[in-house]
Design a protein around this ligand. Structure first.
Ligand SMILES: O=C(CO)[C@@H](O)[C@H](O)COP(=O)(O)O
Ligand SMILES: [Fe+2]
Length: 218
């Protein structure tokens, strides 16, 4: 069953706990937390203190997407704050095995993210070491951007490698996911769909989540 991970980047930050509760009751599977440093990406969002503050508000896994330079420096802090999954960008992780090990040392699920212009082949050396591959379907930094269709072939490629190698990592996609793009990704092999604006821009979050799930069945 395909999972839905609402991205709180598009939530009302003045009432984050309530927003998280709303999507949890609406059928979300993970809570996706976008951490941006104003360097790797132009935007600045939140840090471990906010992760710690939202941790008690939900039973769902916190899926922490680090869009920061030098992620190794902050992995332990995010883990202690309550992250269940930490994903780091390939583009800022020159010692990827070491970074993955740092995450696993914290008993947290480890994932690697690639930008739309980063070739999927760069994941091959670490595929057997990770719990998640996150394929960006927009350039990271902001919510509400348009889906880049050219990324779908990378989802298919990673899903094929997973099958050939008998691996079990999840494939997550992030950016521009709504009812019309969700099925493309899920048909290509994505197991977890991150959606920010498509869910939080709607008054009825349960309906927004159900609309995405319904589109997968068409
Ligand atoms: O990581 C990011 C953006 O960099 C995402 O998680 C966005 O928050 C997704 O927002 P939508 O494209 O779904 O509005
Ligand atoms: Fe994200």
């Amino acid at each position: 069953m395909t999972k839905i991970a609402p991205s709180i980047l598009s939530a009302d930050f003045a009432k984050l706990g309530k927003e998280i509760n709303d999507v949890e009751l609406g059928g979300a599977d993970y809570i996706h937390v976008d951490v941006m440093d104003g360097r790797f990406v132009p935007n600045i969002t939140l840090g471990p203190l906010v992760v710690e503050a939202i941790r008690p508000t939900t039973k769902l896994p916190l899926d922490v997407h680090l869009m920061i330079e030098d992620p190794d420096r902050y992995i332990e802090e995010f883990a202690k704050a309550g992250a269940d999954i930490i994903t780091v960008h390939q583009e800022v992780s020159p010692h990827l095995h070491r970074t993955i090990q740092l995450i696993k040392d914290q008993q947290v699920r480890a994932g690697v993210v690639i930008n739309p212009a980063t070739p999927a082949e760069l994941l091959l050396p670490v595929l057997s070491d990770i719990d998640m591959v996150l394929i960006m379907t927009v350039n990271p930094g902001f919510g509400g951007q348009s889906f880049i269709e050219n990324t779908v072939k990378k989802i298919r490629q990673v899903a094929q490698w997973r099958k050939e190698q008998g691996l079990e990592f999840e494939i997550e996609v992030d950016g521009g996911i709504k009812a019309s793009t969700a099925k493309l990704c899920s048909d290509a092999g994505a197991d977890v769909l991150v959606a920010g604006s498509a869910i939080f821009s709607q008054q009825n979050r349960r309906q927004a989540i159900e609309d995405i799930k319904a589109a997968l069945k068409e």
